[in-house]
Design a protein around this ligand. Structure first.
Ligand SMILES: C[S@@+](CC[C@H](N)C(=O)[O-])C[C@H]1O[C@@H](n2cnc3c(N)ncnc32)[C@H](O)[C@@H]1O
Ligand code: SF4
Length: 308
């Protein structure tokens, strides 16, 4: 266990989760003066052009000086996800980790293509890794990018004993293979597999309308996964994120240019609600303006998403 800077918020190094089991939502709502986690986009560059990618609009990378400024304004946020675009396209990834790793627990959502050259910095800094994998070869290569490159990256994490989880964006055209995807996650030894419905932004706006399944359909898929999990004794924990009033705005997302948003804010343009700019605003000021505190905290109490 690592004690975070926030009293009572403990990070479990095994499960890669913030442990809040002894704290109620009311206590957290009245005592927290900043978020439990922030997603920071360190680039918009990427090797892939996933069919559903929400983050394809390009903008310049923040410099190391800008990232240091952002870090100073993110003081005492327990966990920061270094995201993108593809974070491992940054040649100065190690220097970026050096800026953030002393004071925050780091998470890395990645397509894993550049995992080999970054393995040491990931391992040395106990960074929890989340790899995008949308199913078997034909499915992943169609909707995301080269399956074999991704799997090569995943094998690097396994070889180096780096715990990882997986994320799949669920489309109607990938639904048929979802139990195979669960089996893959279990066989690869993923601690967690997150299924998420596509948020209509970026490339996802060009998806055929029928690719978006309904909440009702998603819940019935959860039932199928739960049944199969028991039958096949899968050890992986599966979660399913459905976008509704319980998950609305539950993350805080920083663009490369420092603009900071509630995400996904379902009623707003581009599904983001502007809260501030990390060049000038502290995370406490941004938190004050954040209208989705309940959903943010509820997610960490395991109530926002379906857990299987
Ligand atoms: C934008 S990506 C950036 C990190 C990295 N390139 C990756 O793909 O994991 C972060 C996560 O968002 C997911 N994602 C991308 N577009 C999405 C969308 N429209 N709706 C929901 N999730 C999406 C990806 O699958 C990935 O798990
Ligand atoms: S989802 Fe990730 S891997 Fe796919 S295009 Fe977007 S940033 Fe790249």
């Amino acid at each position: 266990m690592i004690n975070t800077n926030l009293e009572n918020v403990v990070y479990n190094n095994e499960t890669h989760r913030l442990n809040l089991s002894n704290i109620g939502i009311d206590e957290l709502l009245s005592n927290l003066d900043r978020p439990l986690s922030v997603i920071l986009q360190i680039t918009r560059n990427c090797h892939f052009n996933c069919e559903f990618c929400s983050e394809k609009d390009q903008m310049p990378d923040p410099s190391l000086d800008e990232l240091s400024l952002y870090e100073s304004h993110l003081k005492d946020v327990p966990r920061i996800f270094l995201s993108g675009g593809e974070p491992l396209t940054r040649n100065d990834f190690k220097e970026i980790v050096d800026i953030f790793s002393k004071k925050h627990i780091l998470g890395l959502p990645t397509n894993a293509v550049a995992s080999e050259k970054n393995i040491k910095v990931i391992k040395d800094n106990h960074i929890s890794v989340n790899v995008g994998l949308d199913g078997p070869r034909a499915i992943t290569s169609r909707v995301r990018g080269d399956y074999d490159f991704i799997m090569k990256g995943v094998r690097e994490f396994i070889k180096n004993d780096i715990p990882f989880s997986l994320t799949a964006v669920v489309l109607r055209s990938t639904l048929d293979s979802i139990l195979y995807t669960c089996q893959m996650a279990d066989a690869l030894g993923a601690k967690k597999m997150k299924f998420v419905l596509p948020i209509p932004k970026g490339n996802a706006l060009n998806l055929d309308k029928c690719e978006y399944i309904t909440e009702e359909e998603a819940l019935s898929v959860c039932d199928r996964i739960a049944e199969a999990k028991e039958k096949f004794d899968w050890k992986t924990v599966f979660t399913f994120s459905i976008w509704n009033e319980n998950t609305n705005g539950y993350s805080i997302l920083v663009y490369p240019n420092g603009k900071t948003y509630a995400w996904p804010a379902l009623d707003y343009q581009d599904k983001v609600l502007l809260l501030g700019d990390l060049h000038t605003d502290t995370i406490e000021e941004i938190w004050e303006r954040y209208p989705y505190k309940f959903n943010h905290i509820n997610k960490y109490l395991g109530n926002g998403v379906k857990i299987i």
